[in-house]
Design a binder for this molecule. Structure first.
Ligand code: ZN
Length: 273
């Protein structure tokens, strides 16, 4: 029965969908998160995930769920990438979304919970059946990707502007949207390759690893919610200068990436122990 959770999720009625691409952290961001996680996997767990996705496969396939979003393989996976909130919510209302899944505005939390249950039911050795192996493989790809989206501020943003997709702004004179700034522009503004960025983040933030691991899902969700609210608030007073935006937000953005990587490692270490 458990092995059909992914399929049940796939077949679940799709909820409201964005008409614009919602790429999560963009290619570089998802690779950064997956590489940080990979570097923090326990040895046996790394072997296991390598067996499922190929050596360093969690990095190579970190963006696959975005690539197939418009494909017919998983037709309803589009709204697994985000979970919308409203502005000014109470902490208890925000936390309710973790278990009492909202009926509209994305399916990220429900999808993650189901995928993790599915992965935990994975047998110790890979099954002989090709279809079962593919299912286990795809489940892991989704977990790696969605665990990153969870920490992408515009993927837990406001429903009424479609996760910042309707908030227009200029980035070095070019038209863009708040959603895209957080998916890609801010990361790319630093000019690192994903491996360079991981090395840098590791040196800069590794002293925080323990504290990140000790946080509860509830604490992290509230942190993410207030983080996103702070971005909206900043938008009201921002002077429109892109350098000022980068200066103000690049470090908080990096902390989100590092936190996502460490939490993903923690999750995979638990699932595949
Ligand atoms: Zn995504």
């Amino acid at each position: 029965m458990k092995k059909h959770i992914l399929y049940a999720l796939i077949c679940a009625a799709g909820l409201s969908m964005y008409s614009l691409p919602a790429l999560g952290w963009g290619q570089e961001g998802h690779r950064i998160i997956a590489k940080i996680a990979y570097d923090h996997l326990h040895r046996g767990v790394r072997k296991k995930v390598d067996k499922i996705l190929g050596t360093q496969g969690i990095i190579h396939y970190a963006n696959w769920p975005d690539e197939i979003k418009s494909d017919t393989i998983y037709p309803t996976s589009y709204d697994w990438h985000f979970q919308d909130f409203n502005g000014g919510m109470s902490d208890s209302a925000v936390l309710a979304a973790l278990s009492d899944y909202p009926k509209e505005g994305g399916n990220l939390f429900r999808a993650m919970d189901s995928l993790v249950k599915e992965a935990k039911a994975c047998p110790r050795s890979l099954p002989k059946e090709e279809a079962d192996r593919v299912r286990i493989n795809h489940t892991l790809r989704f977990i790696v990707h969605l665990a990153g989206d969870r920490y992408c501020p515009m993927h837990t943003a406001h429903m009424d502007d479609r996760g910042g997709n309707d908030v227009k702004m200029k980035w070095f004179g070019r038209d863009t949207r708040l959603h895209t700034v957080w998916d890609t522009h801010l990361i790319e503004s630093q000019g690192y390759s994903y491996t360079e960025y991981v090395r840098f983040l590791e040196l800069k933030y590794r002293h925080r690893k323990k504290a990140i691991e000790q946080m509860t899902d509830e604490e992290l969700l509230l942190h993410n919610y207030h983080f996103t609210e702070a971005i909206y608030e900043y938008q009201q007073t921002w002077d429109g200068n892109t350098y000022h935006y980068i200066y103000h937000w690049h470090e908080p953005m990096e902390e989100q990436l590092y936190t996502a990587g460490i939490r993903l490692a923690q999750l995979l270490n638990k699932i595949y122990k």
